[in-house]
Write a protein that binds this ligand. Structure first.
Ligand code: SF4
Length: 337
C-alpha cells in the first residue's frame, strides 16, 4: 500500500484554506473540499493529490492513437489514465474518467516503479499519460517519468496544455513528446465550451516549442457549427505556423456527439478535408485527418509527394522512411528509430 500523496505546487492561505498552483485556475480550496478537477483535496490545510498511484484505465495503444504521427510511427505506448480534469468541455470524449465523481473504491494503488515494470513487460517502447488530463496528476507523471526514462522508455503527454508555468517546468523535464489539444482559436469558444481560457494554452505551446526538447504535435477536434468556421481554422493554422513552425504536425479530428454536446452531428469528411486544405495553404507541411478512415492519415514527403507512412485507422501498414528521411533525401521532422 502506498500512502496518500501530499501534492506539489500549492501555498497556504488564511485559516485552513490553500491555493493550488498546478493550473491557471489557481483554485482556492477550503478544508475538506477539492479543487475544480475533483482530484486535489485540502486535508487540514495541506493539499493532497488523490489520483496519485491510482490508474483506472491502462492499455497498450498504437502511438498513432494519441495521436502522434512523427514519433516512432508504428510503435506501441503503454497508456494510463485516472480520474479528473481541469477543463469543463461540453463535448468531452472521455467524460466517464474526466467528469464523474472519482470512485476510488474500485481502484488499486500502483506505485510508479510498478507502472514502469509493467510497461517494460508489455514490450511497449514508451509510456503515455493520457485518457484524462495528466496535468491534474502531475506528481504521478513526474514520479513515473524519471524511472521510465532511466529504464529506456520514452514518455508522452496527451494534454489540454492548461498547466501553470511553475508546474510545467517540472512535469515536462522528463517528457519526450506531447500532443496538445488546441480546441479552437477563440477565447469565446474556450469560455463557453470548455469553461477555460485560450491564452494559457497558447503560452504552454510556445513554451514547449521554444524552451524544451519535447517533440510536439497539435490536435483540434472539429465540431460542426462551433469551431469549423474557415476563418477560425485559418487563424488557428496561421498561429501554429508562425509560433510553432511549419513542421509542427497538426491533426484535425472528427467530433462524435458525446457528454453534454449531443445536439451536433458528427463531423462530415468534407469539413475535415476543408480544414486540412486551409492549414496546408497556411504553409503547414504535415496536416492530418483523425477519427476517420482514409487518405488523410498518411504521411507524404513535402518535396517529392511520395507516400512515406501509410495508416489504416491507428495501424501503420507501410513505412518507407529511411531513418528520418524520404528516399529522395528530404528530412522528415520527428523522432525515428
Ligand atoms: S489542478 Fe485542479 S485544484 Fe489545482 S488549480 Fe487546477 S483545477 Fe484547481
Amino acid at each position: 500500500m502506498i500512502p496518500d500523496k501530499e501534492a506539489l505546487w500549492w501555498s497556504s492561505l488564511e485559516g485552513d484554506w490553500l491555493e493550488c498552483h498546478l493550473c491557471p485556475r489557481n483554485c482556492r480550496i477550503e478544508e475538506g473540499a477539492s479543487g475544480y478537477c475533483r482530484v486535489r483535496q485540502n486535508r487540514s490545510g495541506s493539499l493532497f493529490a488523490l489520483a496519485y498511484g491510482r490508474p483506472v484505465a491502462v492499455h497498450a495503444d498504437p502511438i498513432e492513437k494519441k495521436p502522434l504521427y512523427h514519433f516512432y510511427p508504428g510503435s506501441y505506448t503503454y497508456s494510463l489514465g485516472t480520474f479528473g480534469c481541469n477543463l469543463g468541455c461540453m463535448f468531452c470524449q472521455n467524460w466517464s474518467l474526466s467528469h464523474v465523481a472519482p470512485n476510488w473504491g474500485n481502484t488499486l494503488k500502483v506505485p510508479p516503479q510498478d507502472v514502469v515494470q509493467a510497461a517494460l513487460r508489455s514490450g511497449c517502447s514508451s509510456l503515455a499519460f493520457t485518457y484524462n488530463e495528466p496535468t491534474v496528476w502531475g506528481e504521478y507523471v513526474l514520479d513515473i517519468s524519471r524511472p521510465a526514462r532511466k529504464a529506456g522508455l520514452k514518455t508522452v503527454m496527451v494534454t489540454n496544455g492548461y498547466t501553470s508555468p511553475e508546474a510545467r517546468e517540472e512535469i515536462y523535464a522528463e517528457v519526450d513528446a506531447a500532443n496538445v489539444d488546441l480546441k479552437a482559436f477563440s477565447e469565446d469558444f474556450y469560455r463557453r465550451q470548455a469553461d477555460a481560457r485560450l491564452q494559457p494554452v497558447l503560452d504552454t505551446l510556445v513554451w514547449l516549442r521554444n524552451k524544451t526538447g519535447v517533440w510536439l504535435e497539435v490536435t483540434c477536434l472539429v465540431i460542426p457549427g462551433l469551431n469549423d468556421d474557415p476563418e477560425m481554422i485559418r487563424l488557428l493554422s496561421g498561429w501554429v505556423h508562425d509560433h510553432l513552425g511549419p513542421d509542427t504536425p497538426l491533426h484535425f479530428s472528427a467530433f462524435h456527439p458525446n457528454y453534454r454536446l449531443l445536439d451536433r452531428p458528427p463531423t462530415a469528411p468534407a469539413i475535415l478535408r476543408k480544414a486540412v486544405d486551409t492549414a496546408r495553404n497556411s504553409g503547414l507541411r504535415f496536416v492530418y485527418e483523425g477519427n476517420v478512415e482514409g487518405e488523410g492519415a498518411h504521411t507524404c514527403c513535402p518535396r517529392c509527394q511520395k507516400l512515406l507512412v501509410r495508416r489504416s485507422w491507428h495501424c501503420v501498414t507501410e513505412n518507407s522512411l529511411r531513418g528520418n528521411r524520404c528516399p529522395c533525401g528530404e528530412s522528415i521532422p520527428g523522432r525515428y528509430s
